[in-house]
Design a protein around this ligand. Structure first.
Ligand SMILES: C[S@@+](CC[C@H](N)C(=O)[O-])C[C@H]1O[C@@H](n2cnc3c(N)ncnc32)[C@H](O)[C@@H]1O
Length: 277
């Protein structure tokens, strides 16, 4: 069987299983099975594939068909142009989170705090982009903290990144120019509607607060002021329907300047609050 034939049959199998972008996933998984760069799959398409590669590919496709995310199967994910090790212990970094990165990089910062760091994709990216900055990442999940530490090493920022286990601001000391967070923002009832990839393979505590999806914003709006430098900023990713609610939460806590930024799909995605002090 040629690589092209194997991909066609894998695509059909994934489509039948309801996988959203079956051709893309069939291609990425073949690249992984054959240990070639994804951009080179077209070059090997006319060639026969070795039996051991065919078997490896078949196993990967069987797992994808039961909706194991591609990033878990290949063990990594690209985020803002860098590689991150990913496992079932952390949220798979989303492209929309790059909106928060862009907003964070729009102004200078020397010290950054990342609340709910997960894979570390936000903290590590910001430190890699700002070579003179230092940062602290915190997560309630010890397994996530280990993953974030590994990603700091992988991306050469470990000497400027401290990762600690804790509950939001627990154990955090000092002041920061920038506080970022992509907290769990799905309401408990929304968990019944998410895709099998999320429901069965991502940590539930990364997705929902088991309440109305707004509890982390209430804590951040109430406490972040004590950890910010004068003129420091808080940037939080939000669900696209949460803009008005999260704005109200920050304004009620006395934050003067609160803005909502859209993502590339023009949906509300990031709340920016500036320390009025
Ligand atoms: C939506 S994920 C974001 C992960 C990563 N920052 C990203 O953007 O891909 C939310 C993260 O918050 C963490 N988390 C949930 N509750 C927490 C709490 N009370 N204190 C600290 N972290 C918490 C979860 O373990 C998870 O890693």
């Amino acid at each position: 069987m040629t690589a092209a034939q194997a991909m066609a049959s894998a695509t059909a199998r994934l489509r039948a299983a309801g996988v959203p972008d079956p051709a893309r996933d069939a291609r990425l998984l073949l690249a992984h099975a054959a240990q070639v760069d994804a951009a080179r799959v077209t070059l090997i398409a006319p060639e026969d594939i070795a039996p051991e590669i065919a078997e490896r590919y078949d196993n990967l496709i069987a797992l994808r068909a039961v909706r194991v995310p591609v990033s878990h199967l290949i063990g990594e994910r690209e985020f803002y142009g860098r590689r991150f090790k990913i496992s079932g212990d952390v949220l798979d970094p989303r492209p929309e989170t790059e909106t928060l990165i862009e907003a964070a990089l729009a102004e200078d910062f020397a010290r950054v705090l990342d609340l709910g760091t997960g894979s570390g994709c936000i903290l590590v990216t910001l430190l890699a982009e700002r070579q003179d900055a230092k940062g602290l990442g915190i997560d309630l999940s010890e397994a996530a903290c280990l993953q974030a530490s590994a990603n700091a090493v992988l991306n050469d920022v470990a000497d400027r990144a401290q990762i600690i286990t804790g509950d939001w601001f627990e154990g955090v000391e000092g002041r920061f120019d920038l506080i970022v967070a992509n907290p769990p923002y799905l309401a408990a009832f929304e968990m019944d509607e998410v895709s099998p990839e999320l429901r069965d393979h991502e940590p539930r505590m990364a997705l929902t607060d088991e309440g109305d999806g707004l509890s982390a914003y209430r804590i951040i709006a109430a406490e972040a002021g004590s950890y910010l430098t004068p003129r420091g900023r808080v940037l939080c990713e939000i669900g696209h329907e949460q803009g008005p609610d999260v704005r109200r939460i920050f304004e009620r806590e006395g934050w003067g300047s609160v803005r909502i930024l859209p993502d590339l799909d023009r949906r509300d995605r990031v709340v920016v609050a500036q320390n009025p002090a």
